[in-house]
Every structure is written in C-alpha cells, then in structure tokens.
Design a protein around this ligand. Structure first.
Ligand SMILES: C[S@@+](CC[C@H](N)C(=O)[O-])C[C@H]1O[C@@H](n2cnc3c(N)ncnc32)[C@H](O)[C@@H]1O
Length: 295
C-alpha cells in the first residue's frame, strides 16, 4: 500500500513524471490514501521539523516530503527502469513476465500493449496477494485471462516448485522483476530466488531487481534519508535486514546461474532518471538497480 500511495501521489501531482501509474489510486481506499498522507506529513514533522515549519500548508509539506524522502525516489525509478527493460525484452522475444513481490503493481491493467504479448505471473506473499485481490474486486479491475496469481513466501516456499505447479512454461523466454523486496529478506533467500530463476527459465531470460548496498547497514556510513527510511519501515514491523556489496554482485549471481548485465549505482540512476529535475527528486543513496540474464 505504501508504494501504491507513492505512485498514486506521483500520478496526481508531479510533472514531468518519473513513472506513470494512473491506476495506483484505484487500488487504495479513500481512507488508506488519507492515512498514507497523514503518515508522510508526520514523518516530515518528526525528521525534518525545520522543513515542516517552512511548509505550513498540507499540500506543500507533502510535496516537500515526497521529493526528499528516500523511498519514492527508489520506487518510481526502479519501476521505470524495469518497464523500459521489459519492453526491450518483449521486443526481443520474451513472452512471460513474472512479477516477484508484486504488491499493488498495476502492470496487468495498465499496459495492455505489452500484456497482449505476455503470460503474466504475480508472485507475492500470501497475505499481500489476498489483500490485493480483494482490492481489485472492490475497484472493479477484473484480472485478465493471461494473468496468474501464485502465493509464495520467499523465506519458506520454493519458487521453482510454485512455477512448476502453474501454467508457467520453462521453455519460453521470460522476464522477471523483483522490486522493493530484497532488503526485507534474509541473504539466503536472495540466493535461493536467483537459483530458482536460473533453473526455471531458459537461457537469455532476464531479471531486474533493486538492492541496498552494505554501507546502508553501517550506522557510520548510511545517509540520513536512508536511515530515516529504515527507521520508518522498522516501526511498521517490516525491517530492512539485507544489503549486497555491488562489487561482489557479479560473482554472487554467477554462482546461481545468472550473468550480470547492468549494475546501476546512485550516480548512474541520477543521470538516467532524474537529470534536469528542479523539484528536489534525486536518486537515493545506497539504492542500486541490477539486471541479469540466465546464463
Ligand atoms: C515494498 S513492497 C514492493 C511491492 C512492489 N514490487 C512495488 O515495487 O511496488 C514489498 C513486497 O515484497 C513482498 N514480500 C516481502 N516479504 C516477502 C516474502 N517473504 N515472500 C514473498 N513476498 C514478500 C510484500 O508482500 C510486498 O508485496
């Protein structure tokens, strides 16, 4: 719900958009949207009291927080990066799209152009997925026939087995996305998920994921806004626990059957997705986007 709010707010208030999701708002109730606004406004007051005082009006304070907070910068840019690469992959023959930790991703309703060429799998924690399906019913968003929901707990269940039990075709070139999830999982779950991807899909299939670097978990090194982001998610009971060393990622992935194609750090992300902005949005320190293919 948190990331859906960020996309919904962005669609309604920010020009030019980093990522466009006009459906995000429909996946939140009016009350949930309002509660998220309150939570963000409170965060500005708690963590940046000077800025809160400088923006006494609600709209200005919210705009200020959304631009300077870490999470929106990650959520918007990683979605844009992923769908740009997905479009490229579909152009090169990918015919399945597996969204790992889909949350309130609206891809299947928002991109009929790509959906028409794909079989789509939304994989998520059973509790999140049940909640989303309820919201979809309430919003009158009927799941398309080529969308399949698979409940999987990455910490406990076997992803490859879940795919085998589904209409997923292991011979078909596939694109996987795994956004906003790695930092919440134990390190072993990252390796087992990479392994499951390389075992489940044919060579050349791609996977995009974002991660936090290990410095984000070192109190003396972490940037203030990432520290704040971590404190906020811990307070709601979903602590970020795992970071990766960017320099070791190539070897980590190779050991699980994946070849690293791109490993973008904050400076490159800034250049690609935030260049020229004057509204305060900028790439989040410690946040990296990686694209790998099945070897
Ligand atoms: C921050 S949300 C990101 C959602 C979406 N990918 C996005 O970018 O908006 C984190 C997602 O990870 C999922 N998740 C967290 N822990 C998980 C686990 N152990 N197994 C499966 N999914 C998990 C949550 O259910 C949620 O959908």
């Amino acid at each position: 719900m948190g990331t859906a709010f960020m996309r919904a707010y962005h669609a309604a208030h920010v020009q030019p958009p980093i990522f466009e999701d006009p459906l995000a708002q429909r996946l939140l109730t009016v009350e949930e949207y309002r509660t998220s606004e309150e939570r963000h406004l409170r965060a500005l007051q708690v963590f940046y009291p000077d800025l809160a005082a400088a923006y006494p009006q609600r709209a200005g304070a919210l705009a200020c927080w959304m631009a300077i907070a870490g999470a929106p910068a990650i959520v918007l840019a990683h979605a844009r990066y992923t769908e740009d690469l997905l479009e490229q992959a579909v152009g090169q023959g990918a015919r399945q799209y597996v969204i790992l930790g889909a949350g309130m991703d609206s891809f299947a309703w928002r991109r009929p152009d790509l959906l028409a060429q794909l079989r789509v799998f939304e994989i998520d924690h059973p509790a999140t997925q049940a909640h989303k399906r309820q919201r979809l019913r309430e919003a009158g968003l009927e799941p398309p026939g080529n969308l399949h929901f698979l409940p999987v707990d990455f910490g406990r269940d076997h992803l490859a087995a879940a795919l085998r039990r589904s209409p997923f075709d292991p011979r078909v070139p596939t694109f996987f996305s795994w956004l906003g999830v790695t930092y919440y999982l134990p390190r072993e779950a990252l390796f087992s998920t990479w392994r499951a991807i390389s075992e489940a899909a044919p060579p050349g299939s791609g996977v995009v994921f974002d991660y936090l670097d290990t410095d984000a978990f070192v109190p003396a090194r972490v940037s203030r806004r990432v520290q704040i982001m971590m404190e906020i998610v811990s307070r709601v009971g979903e602590p970020m626990i795992t970071g990766l060393a960017p320099g070791a990622l190539e070897g980590d992935l190779a050991g699980e059957g994946l070849r690293l194609r791109e490993n973008l750090g904050p400076e490159v992300i800034q250049e690609r997705f935030f260049r020229g902005r004057t509204d305060g949005y900028h790439a989040c320190e410690h946040a990296h986007f990686a694209w790998a293919v099945v070897a």
